[in-house]
Design a protein around this ligand. Structure first.
Ligand code: NAD
Length: 422
């Protein structure tokens, strides 16, 4: 059953996730047949997505929806538009969703979807056409009690609105079929910033227990989209100095701390590259890893912290995995040996799916919550997840990732065993 720990320039999320599985399965003594069941996706669907481009050409993109496991509830997971969103990548991300929903103890399984496309090269009309076509072709698999999509990289509230519209045209108006929608269509207050807010809560809890302050600390963030930009803003409000950020075009550095509210307006609201901010020193994309800091937050792609690139040289106290699978298994071992704490992705970035769960329940009950209620419940859920991982990691003397995965695996295995049918 065991997968060898491997390292190459860029590992797919699936390979990273598979490598992490074995050590956690061993910790809880998970029997081989259950390991096999939990490693194998329930359903993998690949669809062609043909659309007419603005210049009149027909282009056919490839789309996927992978439902990894639904033992604990309907499958749940985002939709990513990216050239590297192939079947293997989407499977890894779907698997991570199974562990994330189990760890946070919300009644969902794990899924993920994607279209292999360079999203930033598309016009708004092309983006809409791809979204509608993709949704029509996977609609059969979706539904509030089957599989519920949400935003991920290069998808947002507007994309979710189009998905909801396509689904509802087929099955009748069903707001609970999609989360991360605009509030005007039944979305939840607080959903847009929920992932970044949840990351902040994990950092606050860790800060309290391990004496790494947030106020006046130095923070570096790779990725300044939904997750990275909101997190930057929250940490700035807590008095941290965000000394460097990067997006896909390049990075920005200011040792005295960047003006995050202004940068948020420039990069997140107005959608300009961070490098065009006009203040701070411009960085090459990979130079972000050379800046010394207390908290290093990857909040973009997977497989960015590797043995070859930066695991031996990164200079920080804690790595906070806001992105999915940013650290390869060998980099993980190197960081562990160097005494750098790595807070694992499926705990750290779970705030988005937690508030998606709140959104789903609000839709089913037809009862909107206040922002205060959403944020209070989010805080409670993140701390519950933090506490249980913290305790097991300390009790067993294992890395946080292993502890988190062991808890998640046990919960999914228990549900599988009770449901049976195999
Ligand atoms: P997004 O599309 O809003 O933003 C992504 C950011 O990463 C952008 O600033 C982009 O320019 C940057 N980026 C892309 N490639 C880069 C590169 N090579 N170098 C530097 N920066 C790069 O996406 P998001 O929703 O913020 O998601 C970011 C990460 O967080 C992903 O790994 C995603 O799976 C994870 N995540 C997102 C959510 C959510 O609710 N949005 C929830 C959980 C996890």
């Amino acid at each position: 059953m065991s997968s060898p720990v491997i390292e190459r320039e860029r590992l797919s999320t699936q390979l990273i996730v598979e490598n992490q599985f074995d050590v956690a399965a061993k910790l809880i003594g998970l029997e081989d047949s259950m390991q096999l069941l939990l490693k194998t996706p329930f359903r993998t669907v690949s669809v062609e997505v043909p659309i007419r481009m603005d210049d009149g050409r027909l282009e056919v993109f490839r789309g996927y929806r992978v439902q990894h496991n639904g033992a604990r509830g309907p499958c749940k997971g985002g939709v990513r538009y990216h050239p590297e969103a192939d079947e293997e990548e989407i499977l890894g991300l779907a698997t991570t969703m199974t562990w994330k929903t189990a760890l946070l103890n919300i009644p969902f399984g794990g899924a993920k979807g994607g279209v292999q496309v360079m999203a930033r090269a598309l016009s708004s009309r092309e983006l809409e056409a791809i979204t509608r076509q993709y949704t029509r072709r996977i609609a059969l698999l979706l539904g509030p009690y089957r599989d519920i999509p949400a935003p991920d990289m290069n998808t947002n509230q507007q994309v979710m609105a189009w998905m909801l519209d396509e689904y509802s045209a087929k099955y009748g108006y069903t707001p609970a079929a999609v989360t991360g929608k605009p509030v005007a269509l039944g979305g939840s207050l607080g959903r847009e910033e929920a992932t970044g807010r949840g990351v902040m809560h994990i950092m606050q809890d860790y800060s309290r227990d391990y004496g790494v302050p947030i106020k006046d600390s130095r923070v570096v963030i790779q990725g300044f989209g939904n997750v990275g930009a909101h997190l930057g803003l929250f940490l700035h409000e807590l008095g941290a100095k965000v000394v460097a950020v990067a997006d896909v075009y390049g990075g920005l550095h200011d040792d005295n701390g960047l003006d995050i509210p202004a940068l948020f307006e420039h990069a997140y609201h107005q959608r300009h590259p961070v490098g065009e901010f006009g203040r701070g020193d411009i960085l090459q994309n990979d130079d972000i890893w050379k800046i010394s800091c207390d908290w290093l937050v990857p909040a973009a792609l997977g497989s960015v912290i590797t043995k070859e690139k930066n695991a031996n040289t990164i200079d920080c106290k804690v790595i906070v995995e806001a992105a999915n699978s940013p650290t390869t298994p060998i980099a993980d071992k190197i960081l562990d040996a160097r005494g750098i704490q790595v807070l694992p992705d499926f705990l750290v970035n779970a705030g988005g799916v937690v508030v998606s769960y709140f959104e789903w329940t609000q839709n089913l009950q037809q009862e909107p919550w206040t922002l205060e209620q959403v944020n209070t419940e989010l805080r409670a859920k993140m701390t519950e997840g933090y506490d249980i991982v913290h305790k097991l990691a300390e009790d067993k003397g294992v890395p946080w990732r292993t502890a988190a995965l062991a808890i998640a695996l046990q919960r999914v295995a228990d549900a599988e065993a009770l449901r049976g049918g195999w």
